[in-house]
Design a protein around this ligand. Sequence first.
Ligand SMILES: Nc1ncnc2c1ncn2[C@@H]1O[C@H](COP(=O)(O)OP(=O)(O)O)[C@@H](O)[C@H]1O
Ligand SMILES: [Mg+2]
Length: 371
Amino acid sequence: MLFPYGKVVTNESFYDRHEIRNTIHQLLKGTQSFTLKAPRRYGKTSLIKQTLLDINQEYFYVDFRKIPRLELFNTQLMEYIYSQMGLRGAIKQIQENIITFLKKHRSTVKVDVTLFEASVELFASDKNEEDKLIMILELLGKLSKELHHPLYIVFDEFQDAVNMSNEIDIYEVMRAEIQHHENICYIFAGSNTTMMTTIFETKSAPFYNFSRKITLAPFDKDELSKEVSQAFKSRRIIFENDVLLDHLIDRCGGHPANTMLVLQMIEFKMLEEDIKTITKAIIDQCYQAAQEEMHDLVMEYLKEIRMKEHLHDVLFRMANHQKQVLDSSSLQQKRKYLVDMGHLRHLRRGEYEIIDNFLRDELINENLQIT
Ligand SMILES: Nc1ncnc2c1ncn2[C@@H]1O[C@H](COP(=O)(O)OP(=O)(O)O)[C@@H](O)[C@H]1O
Ligand SMILES: [Mg+2]
């Protein structure tokens, strides 16, 4: 398949992103922690995994959307710590018999034996998960000092880490410890949400000044256009004329997931009908099919948008090139909110753009229904 959709993409399925890929290589090589912020379905996870793959680095990865409980996070981090000590499958062994585990590995473990013993003690202690978290992070810091290579830790959908505990401020606790970690590169990724802004971008935010901030832009039209026509050519498929592909990319607004969905539909259609020339009619048909497939998600976005006053109106007017009616400070505030939600991108002073092309289309459609 030329254009996979919905899962994390790497290697030959990975398109575009040339410049940012190089920037991230430099950050990674310099063990410089960074934050990658972008709307949902924009290619954050793919980019991070691809760049770590490029520099051939092992890493610890957690997606906080899938880790609702602190206990689970603690266990996974401990497993990683043990793997860095040279012990694979340690947690299972500890759970089976802690004494045997200690005896078996204390003379062969790759790190200082007191560190190893402390880790086992920590595991066996009846402390609550919040206290354990602090101790595990401390342990990680100490471990990194003993190792002769940097560690790479990816915290994906970091805005959802908040859900792990009601007892403590997870972000404060994490920052307090990991700010001292020298040989660890932390990669925080998150969807644009108010929470990401609160964690990283306000002056009183726990992670303010902690890491470099990288924003993921839309796909680059020229770069993508070249690669996509190359990919089709490898299957002996061509576009009927030169501008068709560029128009399609424009129409998708460089939205990575939406673009890939349309391209995949085109790919399948060509295969199914055994044709080799992509025409405007085929593109239109596939674009529409993709739009229909994404309809439920767009409806969810709209529901979310309608929950706060004026947001829908601001977006609606943008999509339909109508004059805004709010006073400038309220308009500014609403736009900022929409940026945090991941629906708007700030281009330059006073200029914004709707991120999801299918959402934009739906708002245009709403207008057509009215008139
Ligand atoms: N560089 C890329 N090349 C090709 N497809 C991509 C790329 N980045 C994102 N996509 C498309 O977007 C989808 C979502 O990507 P993902 O990395 O999961 O985004 P996020 O982590 O921001 O939600 C992928 O399944 C793929 O279809
Ligand atoms: Mg992701």
